[in-house]
Design a protein around this ligand. Structure first.
Ligand code: GTP
Ligand code: MG
Length: 351
């Protein structure tokens, strides 16, 4: 499962957001688990399509896609040298697939800011700087070993060293590791190796401004903004009540979960029937055969074909039967690139 780490300065609102997220996670029979550890929680990705298909198919249960969120202790200046929880904190970030920067934009004298001022832009710079310096330290540590290994002339090791040096060059210039882009035709093993370095600034990042609805906020260029405290106090209200409060219909946190999903390069295919309607997560670009393997590893080996109806067609036709009769069902082979919203039935052979 893919995971998102909440990263920010102390008192930015991370734990408030984390608690809000875990309040939302529906503990249900079909659910793998919700709060796994005190600081880690599994959240379902809101998806109207699951609800609609489940009604059409009269499914006994609904299963949503899931993402894991991790609440990480506040980061302070010089964490890369061990300040605050320092390295321990930074190691927690290494484990996640996406970094969600939680940045305080609201003014409130009662809530202490570690730097005694509210400046979201400067806070972002502190966070990025700490992660950049931590990456620099970890790359510098591994370089001597890599250099030694290249002596045997292995082209793969030489290529790795080249990549490491070029990333380090970015970091030394205080740029994130992600600024070093590999050629598209780079060897797959090298791409994998780079990912296995788990550099903090090589991960995708989303920026969330914690604002005060109706209060005073400092301008900040974030990917999205929400009043974390308010949203956590009104989890149960209806869309109409939200509008009366002058809030957007869709809850901020639902939108945020969906954005994380997209930023991770994930998409959903669906299966539906009387037993269950289920959203399955795949990486954009995956083939039908790879997707079959998500349901069951045997399915990938014994894959015959996939019967695919796009969600929109399924909805317009009102049932699988109608969709088939209207010619909306496509038989796709193993190299078909799965699309978000495909409603699928895999045909598989005997083992
Ligand atoms: N006014 C206001 N206060 C908030 C908001 N979000 C969080 N707070 C308050 O800020 C304080 C810190 O919030 P937390 O969520 O614990 O902060 P944190 O980022 O987890 O902090 P650390 O765990 O120390 O790094 C709490 O008293 C919250 O109630 C907000 O949107 N508006
Ligand atoms: Mg906290």
């Amino acid at each position: 499962m893919f995971s998102v780490g909440l990263v920010g300065l102390p008192n930015a609102g991370k734990s408030t957001l984390f608690n809000l997220l875990t309040k939302l996670s529906v503990p249900a029979e079909n659910f793998p688990f919700c709060t796994v550890k005190p600081h880690s929680g599994i959240v379902s990705v809101p998806d109207d399509r699951v609800d609609m298909l489940s009604t059409i198919s009269n499914s006994e249960k609904k299963v949503y896609a899931t993402i894991e969120f991790k609440d990480i202790a506040g980061l302070v200046k010089n964490a890369h040298q061990g300040a605050g929880l320092g390295n321990q904190f930074l190691n927690h970030i290494r484990e996640v697939d996406l970094v969600l920067l939680v940045v305080r934009a609201f003014e409130d004298e009662k809530i202490i800011h570690v730097e005694n001022r509210v400046s979201p832009q400067e806070d972002e710079e502190i966070l990025m700087m700490e992660m950049t310096l931590a990456d620099q330290i970890s790359l510098e540590k591994m370089l001597p070993k890599l250099q030694k290994e290249t002596r045997n002339g292995d082209p793969m090791t030489i290529a790795k060293l080249g990549i490491a040096e070029q990333i380090l060059n970015k970091l030394v210039n205080l740029q994130p590791a992600s600024n070093f882009v590999l050629n598209e035709d780079t060897d797959k093993d090298l791409i994998k190796w780079r990912k296995s370095l788990n550099l903090l600034t090589d991960k995708p990042i989303l920026k969330l401004a914690n604002i005060s609805h109706g209060g005073k906020n400092i301008d900040y260029d974030a990917d999205f903004a929400m009043d974390i405290k308010l949203e956590s106090e009104i989890v149960d209200i209806t869309e109409e009540e939200r509008e009366e409060l002058g809030l957007e219909k869709q809850s901020g946190v639902n939108k945020m979960i969906q954005q994380c999903y997209q930023k991770l390069g994930l998409a959903t295919f669906l299966t539906t029937g009387p037993t269950e309607t289920r959203a399955w997560t795949f990486k954009v670009g995956w083939t039908a055969q790879m997707c079959a393997g998500i349901i069951h590893s045997d399915f990938e080996k014994t894959f015959i074909n996939a019967e695919v109806i796009s969600y929109h067609d399924f909805l317009v036709c009102g049932s699988r039967k109608e969709a088939i009769e209207s010619g909306k069902m496509r038989i796709e082979g193993k190299s078909y690139i799965m699309q978000d919203g495909d409603v699928v039935e895999f045909k598989v052979g005997a083992r």
